[in-house]
Design a protein around this ligand. Structure first.
Ligand code: CTP
Length: 409
């Protein structure tokens, strides 16, 4: 085992490797070898089906570890319970993640050791999907993929290419070295390593009285995906989030707030930051809230809500006298004249880039999983084709990495 391949990101890391039952399992021995060369230890857990493609003996020999296969192996349960097994790792990698295994993960089934470990773990989970192209493109798999990502699971691959079944298209498992690279990025060796990113996400809730509030339709999906994408490129990420139903992105510091004023204060406390991305749909106004629940009273006038303007968090960060992040990015939610209005918004808020999106109801952007955006910077506006919000996030994170890689110009 050559010392020259030991990787700073992976040395001493423990990978719990869940091996699914697909033909791509034949790449797993190589994956184990490459992880171990870089100083990681690998504990394989095979699904029942995986043993049809690769033998426990082979994986045990390569990993020099006991290979776990069955939930009800009493000896193993006595030696090490599945909870303990899932907690001793630094990360859980599922490779290959078959369509069936992904579906079982989504529905929270714990029907054998491998799926039970996935349910019991409190560690980050990364999957490397592998399946026939039709199975990959099937709406059920795409739904499951979106759900797993929303649950905080990171995904590497699949690649496009010819497959063991003779078809061509996306579905080939990422190559072992691509999985290794994704793990190195996960452990903080990506291009944004050493940088701190501040991201706002979700709506704000502005109380009217102790039981009522003003809100908006933002789901937080785009902002949360951006936080996860920046993290996976190695940044330290602080996510200041209004109320959402989303899981916290893995490895991200999440500060939960309700109101715009709380969001502003949390952003201020998170400084200094190198990058700020304001994806939150901050309420423009707050209400001078009543201390007690407002009551309906027959014959009396309707309550008179007194509004005050909320601070503009994005403009505040862009114009910060002492601690302006080097790159400040805002979003512009528009329903018409998207580029024109967003260009004006970039100037008005003095931010570096604006990600403009059309949120007219027909686009389904608010609450949906897809987004069509235009990037407005000092250069020409750049329209990106419609894509998943997770892809918008990855592409934006890559652009941020490019910016810092080129001296921040
Ligand atoms: N934003 C903010 N604080 C606010 C209002 C907006 O940080 N109080 C940020 C959003 O996170 C987004 C950008 O400003 O990055 C644009 O928000 P948007 O609601 O589209 O624009 P507004 O400034 O509200 O302008 P208008 O309502 O006129 O479109």
């Amino acid at each position: 085992m050559g010392d020259e391949t030991v990787s700073a990101a992976l040395a001493g890391k423990r990978v719990l490797l869940v091996v699914g039952g697909g033909i791509a399992a034949v790449k797993v021995p190589d994956l184990i070898r490459r992880l171990r060369e870089r100083g990681a230890s690998v504990c394989p857990v095979m699904t029942r089906a995986a043993a049809e493609f690769v033998t426990p003996l082979a994986l045990s020999a390569l990993s020099e570890e006991k290979v776990f296969t069955e939930l009800f192996d009493l000896t193993d349960e006595a030696e090490m319970g599945h909870i303990q097994l899932s907690r001793q790792a630094d990360i859980v990698v599922v490779a290959p993640a078959t369509a069936n295994l992904m579906a079982r993960m989504v529905s929270g089934m714990a029907d054998e050791l491998a799926t039970t470990v996935l349910m019991a773990t409190d560690k980050p989970v990364m999957i490397a999907p592998a399946m026939n192209v039709r199975m990959w493109l099937h709406p059920a798999t795409q739904r499951n993929l979106a759900q797993l990502q929303a649950d905080g699971v990171s995904v590497v691959g699949p690649n496009e290419g010819s497959m063991a079944c003779g078809e061509f298209g996306p579905g080939r498992m990422a190559e072992p070295m691509e999985i290794v690279a994704a793990l190195e990025r996960h452990f903080g060796q990506g291009p944004l390593k050493g940088l701190h990113a501040l991201v706002t996400s979700g709506p704000t809730h502005e109380p009217i009285d102790p039981v009522r509030y003003i809100a908006n339709r933002s789901s937080g999906k785009q902002g949360h995906a951006i936080a996860a994408a920046l993290r996976s490129l190695g940044a330290r990420v602080t996510l200041v989030s209004g109320p959402t139903a989303l899981a916290d992105p893995v490895g991200v510091d999440v500060v939960r707030v309700e109101t715009a004023l709380q969001m502003r204060d949390a952003c201020e406390s998170a400084l200094p930051a190198d990058i700020a991305i304001c994806a939150a749909a901050v309420a423009d106004w707050r209400v001078d809230a009543a201390g007690q629940k407002l009551k309906k009273q027959a014959g009396q006038a309707l309550p008179d809500l007194k509004l005050a303007e909320n601070p503009d968090i994005l403009a505040g960060l862009s114009g910060h006298a002492q601690q302006r992040p080097r790159l400040v990015i805002g979003f512009a939610a528009e329903t018409q004249n998207v580029v024109e209005y967003a260009t004006a918004k970039r100037a008005k808020k003095s931010c570096d880039w604006i990600v403009a999106n059309d949120v007219s109801p027909a686009t389904g952007t608010f609450g949906g999983d897809r987004n069509a955006v235009t990037l407005i910077s000092a250069a020409e506006p750049e329209s990106w084709p419609p894509m998943a919000k997770t892809e918008v996030a990855e592409r934006l994170a890559e652009r941020v990495a490019w910016y810092f890689g080129h001296g921040g110009e």
